[in-house]
Design a protein around this ligand. Sequence first.
Ligand code: HXC
Ligand code: NAP
Length: 291
Amino acid sequence: MTTGMLRDDALKGKTIIITGGGTGLGKAMTKYFLQLGANCVITSRKLDVLQKTADELEAETGGKCLALQCDVRLYHEVERMVNDAIATFGKVDVLLNNAAGNFISPTERLSAGAFKAIIGIVLEGSVNCTLALGKHWIANKETNKVVLNIVTTYAWTGSPYVVPSATAKAGVLAMTRSLAVEWAKYGIRMNAIAPGPFPTKGAWDRLVPGDLQEKFDLKNRVPLKRVGEHQELANLAAYLVSDFSGYVNGDVITIDGGEWLNGAGEFSMFEAVSESQWDDIEKMVRGAKSE
Ligand code: HXC
Ligand code: NAP
């Protein structure tokens, strides 16, 4: 479905911080949150990109979208960003840890600095934002708060050629499950979404650059034989940050058309067998006799 799922005012009165909200999937989720009545704060390193997105989404939705520059790797910048968000909207209800860095590479070609760059954005960035907001909510006894983390399916399977990202996303998933239990008593829920392939410029330029997009067409790995629509992800995210999901805590929801299980299944390659080949196979299998 490429239309919105929730009723118009489903997020009315909520303030949502979306890291990496100026581009790609973060932008798509922000747009839907605004349509559902939330106030949004989008944050990343490039203020010009953020401001352009905020202006565009405000004009399109009529909602309020504040652009704040912040490198999530730096705790003091995160604290400042959170304070500015609170100064504008009075409170923050939801943190969406969506910012990421990634690129495809054989691991032995990577420097320690390359690992640090990705782990810094994905793992330390998610930790910094979660810690800053968690401390604030707990100290001020604010309840009914949500942290939603965007991971990947290789957070639990691992994946070659994106090892810094896999390592970092696995850490984010562990944080999700750990704090879902530890911070539930403070009225903070924490969940994750693991998307399969949802084409964005940021991801595709770094993961399947140039003609690799045709060579390794990612939809071919997906049993549903298509990539995800941004609105499909936005619908799931909106549900998970809304009060409708009030009893969902500590889970990771996969939205990948069955992709990762297809890769994991022992006999998934039999998808390529034709009907007539199945006739031959059946004859052979039925004809098998134990000695
Ligand atoms: C090897 C590389 C490299 C490459 C950078 N480095 N690119 N090494 N191959 N292609 C090394 C550099 O040499 C440097 O190490 C270190 O990484 C940091 O590089 P910088 O350019 O200084 O980093 P920075 O400016 O902080 O940029 C971070 C970035 C960049 C990750 C490298 O790509 C970025 O800004 N990305 C943000 C957006 C993004 O990545 N979006 C995609 C998310 S997709 P040295 O040792 O020389 O200092 C995603 C989806 C997954 O996560 C699932 C899909 C299905
Ligand atoms: P994207 O458009 O490149 O988004 C990444 C965002 O992170 C950018 O807006 C970037 O903005 C921000 N960012 C990077 N470094 C940052 C830092 N140090 N501080 C603050 N913000 C920073 O890619 P995307 O595809 O939409 O990815 C969004 C999320 O979905 C990521 O978590 C990704 O891992 C996940 N995901 C995507 C897919 C997919 O198929 N697209 C699949 C699975 C998971 P600046 O450059 O301005 O900082």
